[in-house]
Design a protein around this ligand. Sequence first.
Ligand code: FES
Length: 121
Amino acid sequence: MSDDFITVAQVGDIPQGKGKSFEVGDRIIAIFNDGGNYRAIDDMCPHMGASLATGVLSQSEVACPWHGWRFDIRDGTWCDNRSLRTDVFKVRVQGDDIQVTATPVVDAKDQLDANRESENS
Ligand code: FES
């Protein structure tokens, strides 16, 4: 199955260590620049809906700005209970374009593959 990547930003739009949210289809996706690797997760915190893109990023974990729930942006897991996770999206850089898919990846293997692809692109 081919992925439909959508350009949402240009390289340089998201400073290192920061996130930014983008409306993609019917979702809002948070894309983070994690030391030069881009990661994409559902922007809406599953607790009460804060924008995770505005949270504090440290060591590939983002802390929600409202109540501090932390999520691993590499695979979407909730750091306090790793059996739960939020949606993760494939993200890549093509030339100067940062592109993301509107449909989340489905299982853990897909997430790992997506992260590997984004690191190698
Ligand atoms: S809204 Fe994110 S931790 Fe409460």
